[in-house]
Design a protein around this ligand. Sequence first.
Ligand SMILES: [Ca+2]
Length: 294
Amino acid sequence: MYTGLASDGVTELSQTCAVNTGCLSLDGPGFPIEIRSSGSYILTSNLDTTGLGDPEVDVISVIAVDVTIDLNGFQILGPVECTGNPPAEPRICSPQNLIDGQGVDSAQRGTTVRNGTIRGMPGGGVQCGVGCRVENVTVMDTAGTGISVETGGVVTNCIANGNHFSGIGAGSGATGSVIQGSTAIANGTAGIFGTRTTIRGNTAAHNRGEGVFTNTGSTVIENSITNNNESGLRLGSSLAINNIIRDNTLFGIEAVGDSGYGGNLIEGNAGTVSGGAAAVEVGQNICDGDTTCP
Ligand SMILES: [Ca+2]
């Protein structure tokens, strides 16, 4: 068990130091907590910006490479509240359309964030740079995207629920990311998005946009994609293997650019597969009980 000793090489972060004195060398009083040295950090309380003035302030700002932040089961909390239940209703958050205000914001390489909950942030939950890991983190009710990673990012065992934009994404400039074993549910746009990203073993359900939205060069494998308000899976020159795609409002698979699909169970969507010659079967699929797809 962690005993709270700085001498064991882990540095504590708390609401008290964040507000009153600053938690670290060169970190002044007030949010954000600015991390300017590589190393391991751990929360010993919730971090809450509600009622502290500027809603666009980040809670933790990482300004060094190779920083690991253990949320230690605590919450990062901001002032945003959201209403509306996707897929039938849009997800409206207030305040909305602010630019900043992330739970953890890092443009540096090698950031890791794990083991806690981030809720109500105006910007989003976690936004991090090249080679970022996000593990066992729940992000809900943010006015942005729940978790955003850059090139080489790995998102594992996370939950993104009820965010205004997407749940989990590797942005359009990102390549070679992995999103795995995670859940994106009832977010305001696509549940999960990626470019040249491996999207494996996730659940994307009840989102207002697509369940999974890919740009060029992604692999979408063994996901459950159900009850989303647009197509279940939008494939932009990508590969879809062994997914269950059910009960989405538009197509099961919407191919945009040359894509392959095989081993998918595509049932109960408004349409099975769109894209014409762009959608190539690379293995047997089942479309509404028929082995002929679309
Ligand atoms: Ca500070």
